[in-house]
Write a protein that binds this ligand. Structure first.
Ligand code: GDP
Length: 362
């Protein structure tokens, strides 16, 4: 699938750069254009892709400090600048636009849904969100911001692939130390998915096509991506179990949204040397995916690449009824109620002391 990527905010810009780098290193050429948009000048400087600074009149290049309402306002007022920076980048060959953002912050959280809405209005091709959920250990503000942002992004984009920041995070590292490695994991997995329909080598009936990615995401709402790989034998006949077990691992332990297995549609992409991909294994893995996801729409295809390993990518479309997502939206709502209670307490305390006849000590 030929894509144009737009990263909004700090995480959005960094993840977009990692995706560009991965696509370039692998020689896939599925990323046809990339842009990073931010209100914070310092976050744009280290990026090696083209950038647009928005909201200069409001925040003077200093960012919105976690205020996603301000992030949304700024994107709305400077949307013309962003759209003109994209002019000429979204050519006739582009098959999808992807808006990438961390949903828990300010600029990306508020800006991504606004941008997705405007892009959908202007362009015919699908506009997808690639949204990063804050880890469980991040504060209440991040959870509330992400809940509100996700609700809006899922409505405005044609589909939103969600990545939980706890999902591809190696143990023993703090979330922040781990960002670079998480970003590389995201780039590898999402980059492979985007490139999977672009295979030139071994074009044949079983090779996955971009339209299958688009059809899997057609049910809209929230999508998730699973990935796992393993060493494989030279001979396809001995790899039946390798294919079935990497597919199980991709869905059960390697997913971007843990515990989200019920889906409206799914796509299984098996990547590796074509002569090593067991047809029997692929058939079994697809059957298993139908049972596990409860979906009768499980598509499948190969992605021929020159690798010693076999990998499974499992794209799930329409996972919004999953337990993980329900739990996340419930927590975001509770965090918002708690923040409102604290605000009320503060106001009452202020009132109590304002009308006091006593002089304060200092
Ligand atoms: P913004 O610049 O105001 O949009 O805010 P950020 O992009 O920093 O968004 C904050 C959220 O994104 C938090 O939930 C962070 O955990 C997450 N985040 C920040 N930087 C990165 C990064 O490089 N990689 C990943 N995966 N998440 C990040």
């Amino acid at each position: 699938m030929k894509t144009v990527l737009i990263g909004v905010g700090q995480a959005g810009g960094k993840v977009t750069s990692s995706l560009v780098e991965f696509d370039h290193d692998m020689g896939f050429e599925s990323v046809r254009g990339a842009l990073a948009v931010n209100t914070a000048e310092a976050d744009l400087q280290p990026l090696s892709i083209d950038t647009v600074l928005v909201g200069q009149d409001r925040v003077k290049g200093h960012g919105v400090g976690g205020d996603n309402e301000l992030g949304a306002e700024v994107m709305q007022s400077d949307i013309g600048e962003v759209l003109s920076a994209l002019d000429g980048r979204i050519t006739a060959e582009a098959e999808a636009i992807v808006v990438v953002a961390g949903l828990g912050g300010g600029t990306g959280s508020g800006g991504a849904p606004v941008l997705a809405k405007e892009l959908s209005r202007v362009y015919e091709i699908p506009v997808y969100g690639l949204g990063i959920l804050p880890g469980r250990g991040e504060g209440a503000m991040y959870q509330v911001n992400a809940g509100r942002s996700l609700k809006t992004l899922a409505r405005e984009a044609d589909a939103t692939i969600l990545i939980d920041n706890d999902a591809w995070h190696s143990s023993g590292e703090s979330l922040e130390e781990g960002f670079d490695s998480i970003n590389r994991s995201i780039a590898r997995r999402v980059g492979l998915l985007f490139a999977s329909g672009e295979a030139v080598e071994g074009v044949g009936e079983s090779v996955v096509d971009s339209s299958e990615v688009i059809n899997t995401l057609r049910s809209g709402g929230v999508a998730a991506l699973g990935y796992a790989s393993a060493e494989a034998d030279d001979d396809a006949d001995t790899n039946v179990n390798v294919v079935t077990s990497v597919t199980r691992n991709a869905l059960l332990t390697g997913t971007s949204l843990p515990n989200a297995t019920k889906a409206d549609a799914a796509l299984l992409v098996v990547a590796g040397k074509p002569e090593r991909i067991s047809r029997k294994g692929v058939e079994r893995a697809r059957k298993w995916l139908e049972e596990e996801t409860g979906s009768m729409q499980v598509r499948g295809g190969d992605f021929p690449i020159d690798s010693e390993r076999l990998a499974s990518l499992v794209l799930l479309g329409g996972v919004e009824r999953s337990e993980r997502l329900e739990e996340f939206m419930r927590q975001a709502k509770e965090a918002r109620e708690e923040a409102q209670r604290q605000e009320q307490d503060r106001e009452e305390t202020d009132k109590l002391f304002q009308n006091d006849d006593l002089d304060s000590l200092l």
